[in-house]
Design a binder for this molecule. Structure first.
Ligand code: ATP
Length: 364
């Protein structure tokens, strides 16, 4: 096991700044997920930790050692990629034991380790098969097995589940969480899929345009996004981001939205936002915090609904800004119905419109 520390890491390809000053602490034994849209620099960051890309400036440490100049083979890491990269002419057992054979591990120790790993991954009955005789999910498990066999200090994974179908992805996600617990190793995992990030990561690192926007536990990223980018990228359906003006009247500090709709500022937001009277902010409201009421609220009309299963998305048009709400499908309204809408104000976030910074982050 080992921690991984990145300090002011930059990577430049010609005129492209792929990674722009990343500072990140990956604690020993943690499951850290780098997530962000295509091109945000997550694969480049992972490849620099692996030693497959040179660092332009900055420092990478694994444990206590600076590894910038250390070849990949000497970094005590194992990588698992989207493509399984198994040796087609070798059996499952030979593929799993390959790294150990290269290192000159004695034969009986290799055999014992192959058995142990096969047991861990449920590959016991497949050890004599060739990769072409396996399903995609089984091949991915063999690739994992090959990585595990060497007992590296750090596992680096780049979208390892993206070739699997939805059901197998969900199953393998759960297996990876279990495996991480069993191996007690440091996992650094790259994905563009926010569901993978939120379900697996103890630390979720959201990247955008080469920079880290937020590195925090998943609950915090969801409930207290550091920026409007994080608020819109994490969560499905996306958070409602609504322009608002800070105003104060007899009822205390509040926000005025399109159509003159007024929202009271919860006490949590008052110190950071209440003093900005007359300024524009961006209000972030998660769809589940847009409540459909019968007694009080702003009048809206249900434009359209989308049944997702136990929840239904409700698209709303009315006196205020257009909104999306998620409601329990058993109580979902129908298209065309008139409803009253109110926000769970305790769960609101306010962002600075130009930088996108969460105005209340410093209060949390
Ligand atoms: P994806 O999810 O699409 O893989 P990513 O977040 O992993 O995206 P990177 O692959 O790290 O993004 O790429 C970051 C930026 O660096 C992109 O603008 C990409 O075009 C650029 N880039 C990556 N590798 C190279 C390279 N070898 N030469 C030039 N530019 C590169």
């Amino acid at each position: 096991m080992a921690s991984v520390t990145l300090t002011r890491v930059h990577k430049r390809y010609g005129h492209t700044l792929a990674v722009d000053g990343v500072d990140l602490e990956i604690p020993d034994g943690s499951f850290t997920v780098l997530v962000g849209p295509s091109g945000c620099g997550k694969t480049t960051t992972l490849r620099m930790v692996a030693g497959l890309e040179e660092v332009t400036t900055g420092e990478i440490r694994i444990g206590d050692s600076v590894v910038n100049d250390l070849p990949a083979a000497e970094r005590d890491i194992a990588m698992v990629f989207q493509s399984y990269a198994l040796y087609p002419h070798m059996t499952v057992a030979e593929n799993i034991g390959f790294g150990l054979r290269l290192r000159g591990t004695p034969k009986h120790a290799i055999a014992a380790r192959i058995d142990e790993v096969a047991q861990m991954l449920g590959l016991g009955d497949l050890l004599q098969r060739k990769p072409r005789q396996l399903s995609g999910g089984q091949r991915q498990r063999v690739a994992l097995g090959r990585a595990i066999a060497r007992r590296p200090a750090v596992f680096l994974m780049d979208e390892p589940l993206s070739n699997l179908d939805a059901q197998l992805r969900a199953q393998t996600r759960a297996e990876l969480i279990r495996l991480h617990r069993e191996l007690d190793a440091t996992f650094l995992y790259v994905t563009h899929d926010q569901v993978e990030a939120m379900t697996m990561g103890a630390q979720v690192v959201v990247m955008h345009e080469g920079r880290i926007q937020q590195a925090a536990p998943p609950e915090e990223v969801y409930l207290h996004p550091a920026s409007s980018f994080v608020a819109s990228f994490i969560g499905n359906p996306a958070t409602n981001l609504v322009p608002a003006e800070v105003c104060v009247n007899g009822a205390g500090p509040g926000l005025r939205l399109a159509g003159g709709v007024r929202v009271a500022l919860p006490p949590r937001l008052q110190p950071a936002v209440g003093g900005r009277q007359g300024e524009e902010v961006l209000l972030g409201v998660r769809p589940e915090h847009v409540r459909l009421c019968t007694d009080a609220g702003t009048p809206y009309r249900v434009e359209m609904t989308e049944l997702l299963g136990h929840q239904t998305l409700v698209h709303l048009r009315g006196a205020g800004p257009a909104l999306v709400s998620t409601v329990d499908s058993r109580r979902a309204p129908r298209a065309g119905e008139e409803v009253l809408v109110a926000f769970d104000t305790e769960c609101l976030n306010c962002f600075e419109p130009t930088s996108g910074r969460n105005l209340s982050s410093s209060m949390q």
